[in-house]
Design a protein around this ligand. Sequence first.
Ligand SMILES: NC(=O)c1ccc[n+]([C@@H]2O[C@H](COP(=O)([O-])OP(=O)(O)OC[C@H]3O[C@@H](n4cnc5c(N)ncnc54)[C@H](OP(=O)(O)O)[C@@H]3O)[C@@H](O)[C@H]2O)c1
Length: 164
Amino acid sequence: MNLIVAVDNKWGIGKDGGLLLSLPTDMAFFKERTMGKVVVMGRKTLESLPGGRGLPGRTNYVLTHNKNYEAECCVVVNSDEELWAELKEYDSEDIFIIGGAELYNRYYKLCDRLFVTKIDADLDADTFIRNFDRDSDFEIESESEVISENGYSFRFVTYKRKNI
Ligand SMILES: NC(=O)c1ccc[n+]([C@@H]2O[C@H](COP(=O)([O-])OP(=O)(O)OC[C@H]3O[C@@H](n4cnc5c(N)ncnc54)[C@H](OP(=O)(O)O)[C@@H]3O)[C@@H](O)[C@H]2O)c1
């Protein structure tokens, strides 16, 4: 299983329920990685997406405790157990955890690869994930050149679980 996220230099990922910023090259990277795959997100992340609906071209799973929740283009699941039962039918390499913090911070333990866009800025986030540079279970597998866009510098870093 994979995790895909964009972080600032404090591992911040969001503010006021939304993203910190939107970088076209990062959006394209996200789209390329996840297109045709299975994406898993929390209810708050779903509601932050355009139109509050699932992402086109992907199989979308959304987690909520609300048993009456309905979301366009999504399979709604109400617990981890229900989610794992659903995901069993897919190749784990095709599954991407796409946020938010609650899901990242819980499910990273089940992920073998983390696709992290590291933005070199302090973007005043109010929502953070674990600092994977300090997690000895992961190592950097690859790192892109620094990309500059809209006045920001960032790079794509892939972390790999050490024991795979
Ligand atoms: N930088 C990035 O790459 C990135 C990517 C995605 C999101 N984000 C940001 O992350 C922030 C949102 O993160 P968040 O942590 O606040 O929310 P979240 O993880 O998106 O959603 C949390 C919600 O998911 C549901 N949930 C979680 N675990 C569950 C379980 N085991 N069973 C049933 N339901 C479960 C609950 O919904 P109910 O309350 O309905 O029960 C919970 O309130 C936003 O600012 C967003 O923009 C950033």
